[in-house]
Design a binder for this molecule. Structure first.
Ligand code: ADP
Length: 500
């Protein structure tokens, strides 16, 4: 099939039809389900069309990856690195187009999308260099080698359609694995654009394969394929736990980064202005659809009444709309279905006794009726037993809870089934230290927003926010390889002497 998302100019192409990329060719199933991708800010605007793969194509992708593996793993490391570096340079050269495409299919603002592209490239470069540096470690006369696993499956979500893909794909390929990517059915076009660049950068056929389609159909078939050696998943807790149960029994290496009702604790001595900025930036970025964003703000009672108006002032100033408009600082939700879910969650919170301080409805502006917009929402006086305190809402809704003292704030912070990101704002080093020791979360911050990350550090949610191995940092290499301890050098074989 033709290059329906033409690069460098003209992408995306609303009239084109994108298929899956398997064994170096764009492929469409015999009787494909055709899906239109619409702009969540204007459901009448078509961004592209894709043909979902069927189970047969999904299997063909794994077979192509398996067939390509012996050759790819034999490519010298520096050569693999060189090719991946060339791919990253191509992405860099197209970064404005990528940002625009992410905004069009996901709805986040252009500023947020550009930040995603920059962060993706920075993390990809970190991973590429880290793998190249640590793949073989000389220790005395011996070596620890990290050997690739074979075919690895990457399953990614719609909220960061480029970042989640590159975070997994670059270390997997750099280490010598071949990959099959199954991106979210809601944001397939970013992956299609990426694979066009991959195609142009001349990776051997079958090294990287793309399968478009629905999770329960092609995702399921890929997960069940016996030639898949490892699966890296980012998505909802429901799906992640379901896959974990299935894969535990089969002993397939698995990592899952899942949901989190992330907490930001505000102690009475905190800089309230800076804290309110952090709560709003991490709470409403990407319209609240961010795994490490802030969902719950737990405020020490003494400053509760003073802190809430600071949040309110900021929320009232937010401009919602089409992310391509530079004045806009919050785009729409990803879909009508997601908006319905959030509306229902807010209704249940109000029925349980939460107090609505702002939002809680769709905007009245006639210009916003064609998109999945929802006003920035602040729910106050939420208590531990309410669903809004316990469950991830994954939308532009911040839940505020008072706490008598730091101990109660800690208990509330730990009182959910999630444990992804956490932050405490305080000027007291001792109190901060206690939170860092006792909080049950994989990413913990002091005076930094919950979403803050450095690519060198691991990413793993605790409790129902994660399963299996961490990702990112050194785990890019660890997850996608197995170690081989090597004693003795092949070169010594030609010598006639024998040791006892
Ligand atoms: P969300 O609800 O945020 O879309 P999901 O967990 O449903 O999150 O989706 C994350 C990724 O997992 C997507 O690529 C989706 O297609 C995929 N997925 C969903 N269900 C399954 C499944 N049963 N098997 C494999 N992949 C799945």
């Amino acid at each position: 099939m033709s290059r329906n998302i033409a690069l460098p100019s003209g992408f995306p192409d609303p009239a084109g039809l994108s298929g899956s990329y398997i064994a170096g060719k764009w492929q469409v199933a015999a009787d494909p389900q055709i899906i239109e991708v619409h702009n969540p800010a204007d459901a009448a605007e078509r961004v592209g069309r894709v043909a979902f793969a069927d189970v047969r194509l999904a299997e063909a992708a794994v077979e192509a990856a398996r067939a390509a593996w012996p050759q790819w793993r034999a490519v010298p490391l520096q050569d693999r690195k060189h090719r991946l570096a060339a791919l990253l340079r191509r992405i860099e050269a197209e970064k404005e187009s990528f940002a625009r495409l992410i905004t069009l299919e996901n709805g986040k603002t252009l500023r947020e999308a550009a930040a995603e592209v920059d962060a993706s490239l920075a993390e990809a470069r970190f991973q590429m260099d880290f793998v190249a540096e640590h793949l073989v470690k000389k220790q005395g006369g011996y070596e620890t080698r990290h050997e690739p696993l074979g075919v690895v499956l990457l399953i990614t979500p719609w909220n960061f359609p480029l970042a989640t893909v590159l975070r997994k794909m670059i270390p997997a390929l750099a280490a010598g694995n071949t990959v099959v990517l199954k991106p979210s059915e809601l944001t397939p076009l970013t992956a299609v654009a990426l694979f066009h660049l991959m195609d142009a950068s001349g990776l051997p056929p079958g090294v990287a394969n793309l399968v478009l389609g629905e999770g329960p159909v092609v995702g399921k078939a890929l997960v069940q394929h016996l030639d898949v050696r490892a699966i890296s998943f980012t998505g909802s807790t429901v799906t992640g736990l379901q896959l974990a149960r299935l894969l535990d029994a089969r002993g397939v290496r698995f990592q899952a980064e899942m949901g989190g009702a992330n907490t930001l604790v505000v102690l009475a001595d905190a800089d309230l202005e800076a804290t309110a900025d952090a709560a709003v930036s991490a709470g409403f970025a990407c319209c609240g659809q961010w795994c490490t964003g802030t969902g719950r703000v737990i405020v020490e009672q003494e400053k509760y009444a003073e802190f809430l108006p600071k949040l309110l002032t900021r929320l009232k100033k937010m401009v919602i709309g089409d992310g391509r408009d530079a004045r806009v600082n919050m785009g729409p939700l990803i879909s009508a279905q997601q908006r319905n879910k959030i509306e229902q969650a807010v209704q249940r919170a109000l029925a349980e006794g939460a107090r609505l301080l702002c939002g809680g409805r769709r905007p009245a502006d006639p210009a916003l009726q064609k998109g999945y917009f929802y006003e920035p929402t602040l729910l106050a006086d939420v208590t531990a037993e309410m669903e809004a305190a316990q469950e991830e809402i994954f939308g532009p809704v911040l839940v505020a809870m008072p706490a008598r003292d730091p101990d109660e704030a800690l208990a509330l912070a730990n009182g959910t089934r999630y444990g992804l990101a956490f932050s405490v704002y305080t000027r007291d080093a001792e109190k901060a230290g206690k939170f860092l020791r006792e909080v049950e979360a994989g990413l913990c911050h002091v005076n930094l927003p919950t979403g803050f990350r450095d690519p060198a550090l691991p990413l793993l949610g605790w409790k129902d926010s994660g399963r299996g191995w961490p990702e990112a940092g050194k785990y890019g290499l660890e997850f996608f390889t197995r170690t081989k301890a090597v004693y003795g050098e092949p070169a010594t074989c030609s010598k006639p002497e024998r040791s006892q």
